[in-house]
Design a protein around this ligand. Structure first.
Ligand code: CA
Length: 230
């Protein structure tokens, strides 16, 4: 890899898995990689820990007793844009789609090698880090975060600073549905007191400037996603 943007101090990672042997295996691996590891064996424990510790990244098993991984993901997404990677025992396309629809950043099917999981977590962290000076890209769209210039298919996009920030927030989580609350928090900040309808106003502006084919999809009940319609 030409340039690693993962900081020397690794963020904390929350592992949610009811299978003790897998949990211990992952805990050991991530600990060795330098992450501070928190773990939970159930969905409700995961949500309690998430609230209290605000981990930098979540590795979330779909199959959990009680609240399953999808329910946990839904609850996390109601309040946070923290990166989430989902694990499942089933190679079900429907699970993958549901996970991405609800706002997972990535997906890994069991069984897997720890190395693959670690590489994916690193990739998510690189992609979602809010540092400047990187070029974010999706499909024919790119955003130079240092120059604050966006292009689509080589055409310069004329965007207000806020619209550019909103585009950046979507580009950091390509294909993932992001709720209005999360977009409001990441673009306008937690202290913004206005209505979240402002997100719709800026999405309309972005759509107008981006042109066709439509890249910002409305995901019913979940928000918006930067995604090519398949
Ligand atoms: Ca499980």
């Amino acid at each position: 890899m030409s340039r690693s943007a993962v900081p020397a101090t690794r963020p904390s990672i929350l592992l949610v898995e009811d299978d003790a042997s897998i949990r211990e295996y992952l805990e050991l691996g991530f600990g060795y990689e330098g992450y501070a590891v928190l773990h939970a064996a159930s969905g409700s424990e995961a949500l309690r820990l998430f609230e209290r510790e605000r981990p930098g990244v979540v590795v979330l098993d779909v199959g959990l007793p009680g609240l399953d991984g999808f329910a946990v993901l839904r609850a996390i997404r109601g309040r946070s844009a923290a990166p989430v990677l989902m694990l499942t025992a089933r190679d079900a396309v429907a699970d993958r789609i549901q996970g991405l629809h609800l706002g997972a950043d990535d997906y890994l099917v069991k069984p897997f090698h720890f190395g693959e999981l670690a590489a994916r977590v690193e990739a998510i962290l690189r992609r979602t880090q809010p540092d400047s000076g990187r070029t974010l890209a999706y499909a024919d769209l790119s955003l130079d975060t240092q120059l604050r210039e966006a292009q689509r298919a080589g055409r310069q996009l004329d965007l207000t600073p806020r619209a550019l920030d909103l585009l950046g927030a979507l580009l950091r989580h390509p294909e993932r549905a992001m709720s209005k609350a999360v977009l409001l928090d990441s673009v306008w900040g937690p202290d913004f007191l206005g209505d979240d309808n402002i997100v719709e106003v800026y999405v309309r502006q972005l759509r107008r400037v981006l042109g066709d084919p439509e890249l910002i999809q409305t995901v019913r009940g979940a928000g918006y996603a930067l995604r090519l319609r398949s």
